[in-house]
Design a protein around this ligand. Structure first.
Ligand SMILES: Cc1cc2nc3c(=O)[nH]c(=O)nc-3n(C[C@H](O)[C@H](O)[C@H](O)COP(=O)(O)OP(=O)(O)OC[C@H]3O[C@@H](n4cnc5c(N)ncnc54)[C@H](O)[C@@H]3O)c2cc1C
Length: 473
């Protein structure tokens, strides 16, 4: 019996396994190897805090691309949503832990199938995969606990890289006042009332932490720092607006695309509408546009446009936006602009040295510093054994910006000579450099199904896009 091993058990790995199990018409052994984050839930849906909400409306969170109402139907089956009016349920931003329950439930039904005729045996191991040894048509995955898993095919679904590091005058790794990973426990390290929490980054992770501090009624000062000081924007009710991206948009280049988007932002402004609508309209085209850019254009986009893109594209529920605005208005949260130059552990607090846009130095300090700057931007520098080994053996190759790894159209990884593997596949945030938008459920559910179909060598299932193309709107 063929074995498919999936490394990573967040949304991407879980849904690859679920699709293999539901689509296979012959016996198959599927193994999920997962560590650190809760199986099925991963980083995003592993939170146990009720104030952490999805940033995509319920109507667009089905985990199955061929069953668009799947998540809505599941929500309806829960007593707390059974009488919620349809329009309200569709637009709801559910707690992320509820979405985690949904994924866990899906996985559980294939881990322990009720139907004895189910031909797929699905198993999950709690272990870190550290290496892959290829022996002809098969491979062995070595685990950190000394054990190994043999597989005929492997899917890398390892999610986002862990956060990057900062220059520091002393090792911060064991300093209880510093949290390098915002998804590890930091609540137990909170300073007493009147203390100061300093958040490095002003994106979605910062928002999560500010919400939790407000929810528990923590009485202290919160400072968030980032290069541009931009905060995620709020979801809003949009209007029907023309699909203005031409079929040959690939020929525009970054400069041409910027001009086109600006024209539509101006037009929307004249109509007193939110200019984010112009950015939303790019969404179905993002991956092909990104792929049409030269390496220099991609680099320029990352330097000049990506921050604005992120706060505009990855918006937050209006209720959450209101809470952040309240925290700013009441002075509970202060945002400082500056480039982080280094961290200095002092006797009382850790000092953060920033450089402002005029070259001036700003020094802020915190009793607790949490790194909310997002995943490590350079794939080759994660220092993770699995990635280091795959790279040193030439089994995978980095994309031109070292943001992740290269795959072909079937998600087969490309080796150091650019040849597609028949054994190793990858989906999810690992493909950021190749696809740019490959982070959220609306993209990942399609990838998880397509990679499963490739592994099963099935024709791709036609997917009714319906309202799915409205993505985050
Ligand atoms: C805080 C947060 C909120 C988000 N909210 C939304 C939202 O509302 N809607 C939306 O569409 N998207 C959201 N996203 C985007 C989110 O990234 C995707 O929806 C999705 O959860 C990504 O899943 P993944 O499986 O690719 O990665 P992950 O969830 O990161 O899972 C990867 C798993 O692989 C494990 N792993 C990694 N390396 C190894 C190894 N060597 N061996 C074994 N296991 C390994 C990890 O520990 C982890 O458990 C959010 C992201 C974050 C971080």
């Amino acid at each position: 019996m063929k074995t498919v091993a999936i490394i990573g058990g967040g949304f991407s790995g879980t849904m690859t396994a679920v699709n293999l199990a539901r689509l296979s018409d012959r016996p198959l052994h599927v193994v999920i190897i997962n560590t650190k984050r809760p199986l099925g839930r991963g980083t995003a849906y592993g939170t146990n805090r009720v104030e952490h909400l999805l940033n995509v409306a319920a109507r667009n969170m089905s985990a199955l691309p061929d069953v668009p109402s799947h998540f809505m139907d599941w929500l309806r089956s829960r007593h707390e949503y059974s009488s919620t009016p349809e329009v309200e349920l569709r637009e709801m931003f559910a707690p992320r832990r509820v979405y985690g329950d949904y994924l866990r439930g899906l996985l559980a039904s294939y881990l322990n199938p009720i139907d004895a005729r189910c031909q797929v045996k699905l198993e999950a191991f709690d272990a870190e995969a550290v290496d892959v040894v290829v022996n002809g048509d098969e491979a062995e995955i070595l685990l950190a606990n000394g054990e190994s898993v043999e597989a005929n095919q492997i899917v890398l679904a390892t999610g986002n890289q862990p956060p990057g590091t900062f220059k520091s005058s002393a090792p911060l790794r064991y300093d209880p006042r510093y949290r390098s990973d915002p998804w590890d426990d930091w609540l137990s390290r909170l300073p007493p009332p009147g203390g100061k929490v300093l958040l490095l980054g002003t994106g979605l992770t910062m928002v999560d932490i500010v919400l939790t501090l407000a929810d528990i009624g923590w009485d202290g000062e919160i400072i968030a720092v980032s290069r541009n000081g931009m905060l995620p924007q709020s979801h809003f009710r949009g209007i029907a607006y023309e699909d203005y991206v031409p079929d040959d948009a690939e020929s525009l280049g970054l400069g041409g695309l910027r001009r086109l988007v600006q024209t539509h932002c101006d037009r929307l402004q004249q109509m007193s509408q939110n200019t984010a609508i112009a950015v939303d309209k790019l969404r179905p085209h993002t991956q092909r546009l990104w792929q049409s850019f030269s390496t220099d254009e991609k680099r320029e986009f990352l330097q000049k446009d990506a921050a604005l893109w992120n706060v505009t594209r990855h918006r937050i529920a209006a209720a959450i936006h209101n809470k952040i605005t309240d925290a700013l208005d009441t002075g509970k949260l202060r945002v400082i602009r500056g480039t982080i130059e280094g961290l200095i552990p002092g006797e009382q607090r850790i000092e953060v040295v920033l450089r402002d846009s005029d070259g001036g130095e700003i020094v802020e300090s915190g009793d607790l510093i949490i790194n909310c700057t997002g995943p490590q931007a350079h794939f080759s520098q994660t220092g993770l054994p699995l990635f280091d080994n795959l790279l040193s053996k030439g089994l995978v190759s980095t994309d031109d910006l070292d943001m992740g790894i290269e795959v072909d159209d079937d998600f087969a990884t490309l080796n150091e000579d650019g040849e597609a593997s028949t054994l190793l596949y990858a989906i999810g945030p690992l493909l950021k450099g190749s696809l740019w938008e490959t982070t959220a459920v609306p993209e990942l559910r399609g990838q998880a199904m397509r990679v499963a179909e490739t592994l099963l060598q099935r024709e791709p299932t036609p997917v009714d896009q319906g309202d799915l193309i409205e993505y985050y709107i």
